[in-house]
Design a protein around this ligand. Structure first.
Ligand code: COA
Length: 390
C-alpha cells in the first residue's frame, strides 16, 4: 500500500537549553500537524526517535505524547543510533502501509547540550562497540571516522583540503537555512586552521552537538489525496545493517550497509543511474569524510573518485548532483534522533519548492534521495521520496 508524507515540521537547530525535550518535540509536531492541516487527535500511531542518555527524560515517549496532546492507539520509541530518525519514518510508514493507521507521525528529538561535551563524546563513542572498541581502545566517533579518512588518504590521492571543501559547501548552504545551527560561511583556510579533534579531522570536519526536533506526518493514499495536492510519496526505502565491530569489516573505504541499502532502494524505485535520477540528495555527513564515502556508496561517483566530486565542486546546485543543500549535519546540526527526520523535512520542502532563495534546487525529476547512517554503518537507511505516486 502506498503512503505519503503530508506534513513536516522542525525546530531551529542549535544549542537550546531554554526548552525541555517535550517542548522541542511538541514544537516540531505542531508545525508538522499544521503543515498537514490535521488535528492532533487524527494521529493514530507515533514512532519517536530518541537516544537520550545525555538528557533527563529517560522514558520520553509518553511524556512527549502527553505534552503535544497526542492520543495515539499505538506507538514506540525507536533507536538505530544516528539513523533513528529514518527508522522512525520506517516504523510510521509500516504502520500506514500495513493498514494499522491511516495517519502516523514520525518524530525525533534530542537535548544533547544538557550534558558536557566530554560526556556526549563518551556516550556517542559507546555507540560503536562498548566492550571491544570503547572500553579497550577508547574509540570515539571523531576517531572512528578519522580511521576512515586515513584509510581513504592512503588508498587515493585525497587530502585534508578535499575534506575542507565539503565543510565549506555545507556551511555555504547552512548560511541560507534559517533552521541551521551554523549560519555562517567559512573558507578553506578556516577549516584547515581549525584545531584537530582526531587527525586528520579538525573542528570544521565534525558535525556539532545539537538540540532540536523534527517530525513528519505519514498518511495512507486515501487520506493523503484528501489532505493535499502535493503529497510526497515514499517511493522506496532500503534498510541494511553492518558489523558493529570494525575489525570484522573488509575495508574502511566504504560502508557496506549503505551500499546494500542503496541497492535495495534503487531496485524498488527502478533507478538505473543514480547520477541522473534525483534533483538533489541529503547524505549523512557526520564528518566530512562520511560525505565523500556516501558519494561512492550511493553511486554518485566511481569508487575512489568521490573526493574529485568535492574538489571540482560538483555537489553544489548546478553540478552533477546537489548534496546537503540544507547545510547537512555539518552546518544544520546533528541532534541524533532528529537528524533523519530533519532530512525528510528538507526533502519535502525542496520537492515542493518551498526552500529559501539561493538554496532551492531546480525540481525537474521530482525525486530526492536521503541517506542516513547509524553508528559507523551499523545501520543504513536509503529513502527515495517522489512527487509521483509509486
Ligand atoms: N563545527 C563548527 N564549529 C563548531 C563545532 C563544529 N562541529 N562544534 C563547536 N563549534 C564552535 C562553537 O560554536 C563555538 O564557537 P564560538 O566560540 O564562536 O561560540 C566553538 O566552536 C567552541 O565550541 P565548543 O562547544 O566548546 O566545542 P567542543 O570542543 O565542546 O565540541 C566537538 C567540538 C567537535 C568535540 C563536538 O562538536 C563533537 O564532538 N562533534 C562530533 C559529534 C558526533 O560525534 N556526533 C555523532 C556523529 S556520528
Amino acid at each position: 500500500m502506498s503512503a505519503a508524507i503530508v506534513g513536516v515540521g522542525m525546530t531551529k537547530f542549535g544549542r537550546d537549553l531554554e526548552h525541555q525535550l517535550p517542548e522541542l518535540a511538541a514544537e516540531a509536531i505542531h508545525l508538522a500537524l499544521e503543515d498537514a492541516g490535521i488535528d492532533r487527535r487524527d494521529v493514530k500511531y507515533v514512532a519517536f526517535a530518541n537516544i537520550g542518555g545525555w538528557s533527563s527524560e529517560f522514558f520520553p515517549l509518553p511524556i512527549v505524547c502527553e505534552y503535544a496532546g497526542l492520543t495515539p492507539t499505538g506507538g514506540m520509541r525507536v533507536e538505530a543510533a544516528c539513523a533513528s530518525g529514518s527508522a522512525a519514518l520506517n516504523a510510521a510508514y509500516m504502520a500506514v502501509a500495513s493498514g494499522v493507521a491511516d495517519i502516523a507521525l514520525a518524530v525525533g528529538a534530542e537535548r544533547m547540550n544538557e550534558s558536557e561535551t566530554s560526556q556526549v563524546v563518551e556516550l556517542l563513542g559507546r555507540g560503536g562497540n562498548f566492550f571491544w572498541e570503547f572500553e579497550n581502545f577508547g574509540l570515539t566517533f571523531p576517531a572512528y571516522y578519522a580511521l576512515f579518512a586515513t584509510a581513504y588518504f592512503q588508498e587515493y590521492a585525497a587530502n585534508e583540503e578535499d575534506l575542507a571543501k565539503i565543510a565549506v559547501k555545507n556551511h555555504y548552504y547552512g548560511s541560507m537555512n534559517p533552521k541551521a545551527q551554523f549560519q555562517k560561511r567559512i573558507t578553506i583556510e578556516d577549516v584547515l586552521k581549525s584545531r584537530y579533534v582526531a587527525w586528520p579531522l579538525k573542528l570544521y570536519d565534525c558535525s556539532p552537538i545539537t538540540d532540536g526536533a523534527a517530525a513528519a506526518v505519514i498518511a495512507s493514499e486515501k487520506v493523503a489525496s484528501k489532505l493535499t495536492d502535493t503529497p510526497t510519496w515514499i517511493k522506496a526505502q532500503g534498510v541494511a545493517t553492518g558489523t558493529a565491530n570494525l575489525t570484522m569489516r573488509k575495508n574502511f573505504l566504504s560502508l557496506e550497509s549503505a551500499v546494500e541499502a542503496a541497492k535495495q532502494a534503487y531496485e524498488k524505485a527502478g533507478v538505473d543511474d543514480p547520477r541522473k535520477s534525483f534533483d538533489f540528495a541529503l547524505v549523512h555527513d557526520c564528518f566530512t569524510i562520511a560525505e565523500i564515502l556516501a558519494y561512492e556508496d550511493l553511486g554518485f561517483a566511481d569508487r575512489g573518485k568521490g573526493y574529485l566530486l568535492a574538489r571540482e565542486e560538483q555537489t553544489y546546485i548546478g553540478g552533477v548532483i546537489p548534496v546537503n543543500i540544507d547545510g547537512g549535519l555539518k552546518a544544520k546540526g546533528h541532534p541524533i534522533g532528529a537528524s533523519g527526520l530533519a532530512m525528510v523535512h528538507e526533502a519535502v520542502k525542496q520537492l515542493r519548492q518551498e526552500a529559501e532563495k539561493g538554496r532551492q534546487a531546480p525540481i525537474k525529476r521530482g525525486q530526492a534521495l536521503i541517506h542516513n547512517v547509524g553508528g559507523t554503518g551499523h545501520f543504513a537507511y536509503v529513502t527515495i521520496l517522489s512527487l509521483e505516486k509509486p
